[in-house]
Design a protein around this ligand. Sequence first.
Ligand code: GAR
Length: 181
Amino acid sequence: MPKIAVLGSGTGSNFQALLGEFGDEIALVVSDQPDAGILGKAEAAGISTVVEEGGHDLSARILKHLEGIDLICLAGFMRLVKDPLLSAFPNLILNIHPSLLPKYPGKAAWEQALADEAEMTGCTVHYVDAGVDTGEVIMQEEVAILSDDTSETLHARIQLAEHRIYPEAVRLVLGKIRGGA
Ligand code: GAR
């Protein structure tokens, strides 16, 4: 059975959504934030956790914990994944991003969409490469922006979409891994 590591810096709602479907596969949660909600959620589910705080060698330190891991899912991980971690997992690191990439890469993408007075935004699951939110898109879902949306209401609706497409995209990628594609 493929083993998954989830990396997150925040509350962990996407981790929770993945856990619903991949509870047997998720073997480890890694966070760069000692107080992140994702850690408590993982511990409550009986999943091993590791904290590695930021620094120039963060990717190397994280990699040391990933023996036996087949797939990495970034779930609100607010750090860049670099070598040697990146090249150790070619096309095996996924990320969920709160916009329809290539629009609004980087931080607080829903606020970028509001500031842009866009009518539509959404979320994207993509492969991670060396750029910032530039890797190949796997799946997207659109979310309409309502005239009375605030930063909070829009992000909350995008997150509902994230929780739908992230498990679906992981299922697709695991199918490819199992099939040897
Ligand atoms: C999610 O909305 C995710 O898309 C975003 O952080 C949030 C984490 O929430 N990620 C990024 O902005 C990455 N550039 P969660 O901790 O509840 O899953």
